[in-house]
Design a binder for this molecule. Sequence first.
Ligand code: GLN
Length: 185
Amino acid sequence: MVAPLVGILALQGGVLEHAAHLRALGTEVREVRTPAGLDGLDALVLPGGESTTMTLGIAREGLEEPLRAFAASGRPVMATCAGLILLDRAHLDVLPIDCERNAFGRQIRSFEGDVDVAGIDGPPHRGVFIRAPKVVAHDDDVEVLATVEDAVVGVRRGTVEGYAFHPELTDDGRLHAAFVAQLRD
Ligand code: GLN
């Protein structure tokens, strides 16, 4: 069987950690910097980093419409942290959600905490939050996958999923495994 090909938006941010998880699961990985880079991908990751910088890069490379079209095509998309912000109504408008950036305040800009993620069996995921956003509003067709202290930190609609935390910075591969499993169904 040919290994699935997963792209990672690589304009800025935490690309290598996602790549390591994806490769460990037997996928091929391609760093995506241009619209042509999306051709032939089976799935796409929007990594964490800095959403303003990424937004500028997306505009510069003409990636807005291609990224929207990719998500609309039904191929799986996983977004983490700044990637989640990119999905919201104020950015790519891939999901009907609103994110608040740096939503956990100055004192706890970065923290780790146990997060139960819907659909992931076993113990809670160790959520790594780094100047993390939260989802402050969403339409009814958006499924909430995870919350911390009433804040929504994981969402899914169809094949598009987003997390405010960084599963790629842990050695817990369950979220990536579930993401990749969609490609083998
Ligand atoms: N605070 C960043 C932003 O607003 C996101 C942080 C992250 O991706 N770790 O873009």
